[in-house]
Design a protein around this ligand. Sequence first.
Ligand code: ASP
Length: 324
Amino acid sequence: MTLKNAICMAAAMLCLNVAQAQEFPGNRPVSAVVPFAAGGPTDKVARELAMVMSRHLGAQVIIENAGGAGGTIGARKVAQSRGDGYTVLIHHIGMSTAPALYRKLGFDPLKDFEMIGEIADVPMVLVANKALPPSSLKELVPYLKTNAKTASLANAGVGSASHLCGLLFMHAVQTELTTVPYKGTAPALTDLLGGQVNLMCDQTTNLAGQLKAGAVKTYAAMQPQRIEAFKDIPSAREEGLAGIEVKIWHAMYAPKGTPAPVVEKLSAALQAAVQDKGFRAKMAELGAEAVPAARAQPDSLRAHLGAEIAKWTPVIRAAGVYAD
Ligand code: ASP
């Protein structure tokens, strides 16, 4: 190929990319990968968001669940997808803990994605099957020390929010429990209700129905103050355990190389969605909080992700936990 031909071809490709970006989304649906099981907390935030975002984007946003390995399988899948805007990732705090937990992660959260923006913050609650004897966190701690060999703690795999929360809890009470990983906390909750596992740290977006029905035993809200929607649950701090607070933030990403105008369109639709009254009310009902529009933006997500990686990496290194 002559140099002239190569330049012409490169220019034509560029024009094609610009044209495609201008047309985005056209009449094609956008696939939003949720790296956990259907029906769980990340999935619930994603499905509520997808409905509202579809209206603002002018194209359907379809949820695709790709669970496993604490959310890293789905995230890697999106990192390796075409950066055309038709595949995005909806993930949570796990984006910032995975680099410290996985030595062979296969993607770099900061380098292999275009940031679109944050979505919502969700609190966590330590819950158990109703048959577990202790009736408060103060009673639970000595009970677990005596029953460490038999007590089990469910999570959604190494790198999930439930794993991080469980890790902080076990570290605080200086007791190692048997952990049972699932593809998401939806199947884990089913087993907890059935009595196959004892305990779990989970997001209110998954637990809301069970909390309202009194179907699980609640020990503590894993945040400094009580949760607005579930005021009867004491905070871990009130029960004497400080330093185990964890707020689960969710965000949207596109594969690296997604054209800037496409990222802008996705981010604009996300900003409109987080300001939507119905979406905000739905999140509040589930104990969560939709972020303000200023956080549903690429620059603020990049800064937040970087700060969260810097926050959690030393905590995880100190715990000496690795997934691989
Ligand atoms: N968000 C949950 C967790 O990390 C997993 C899920 O969405 O099912 O524990």
